[in-house]
Write a protein of this length. Sequence first.
Length: 288
Amino acid sequence: MLKHVHLSSSGLSPYRCRTPARDTVSLNSTLSFSSCSGHDPLSSRSSSTSSLHDVSLSPKSPKVVVKVYARVLSVDVEYKTLSIGPQTTSKEVVCMLLNKFRMKHRDPNLYYLAMEVWIRKTGLPIRTVMVLDDEAKPGELQACHPRSEIRFFHSTPPVCRFLLQMRRGGLVKVYDSCLMTGSLYKSLLISDRTTTEEVIQLLLHCYNSKERPNKFSLFEISSVQKYERKLHQHDYPLLVQQEWPNREQFSFHLRRNSECLQKTEREVGVQFISLLPSLHLTRTSLVF
């Protein structure tokens, strides 16, 4: 979710981030998003099948065709058909789907794959849903169910299929005028496992910027306590924000590293000049 605002606000806190808690997973997530512009409003099967034409198959790297039901991204498309390698991970599949829907500004850590399997017991089909971790390999899992298109009854779904689901997240506000002068801040929906580096990358995606995240830093600033702290690249901004006693007194600011260096140099210069009286020197007698 992306929210672009042009009104000012402030708020942030001095607490270090802690290890992210276990994800709260909802297999029946009802949260959905509007489809991105430029998608074909025709049937889901026609739009999904067309996505296979931009994948070149190579005998050196055998491909596996998988269907991922992604209504959580767009209610207009039932599923997307992807051609992946046997070693392609679940997290990589999620990123592929976000690229297909042109949603690179969405946090991939908010999404995960689940595998729905139907088994027949005592003559009746029983549904089982397994949550896949980020390193699971959907291609290998599908190979365990070669008859995935055979159905027990016409009214039941395929024996095996993959579902895109969504985790709970939270909104963080980042002042990002260093990326665009006219912008005040962006509100991003992120996961509690999303790092500082990944937040910076999401902000760059919002502006279609090709710059590298390591050129920027994210700062936690307190307007009341008059301090600022540079977040480590592996900190978790959402967890940091959850520790703030008052969100109106703290805020996140994105800065270019070159601007941070210039600010540090200015501060050092001011501190040095403040020592001049104790050194019995005049400002005009110094040569830089």
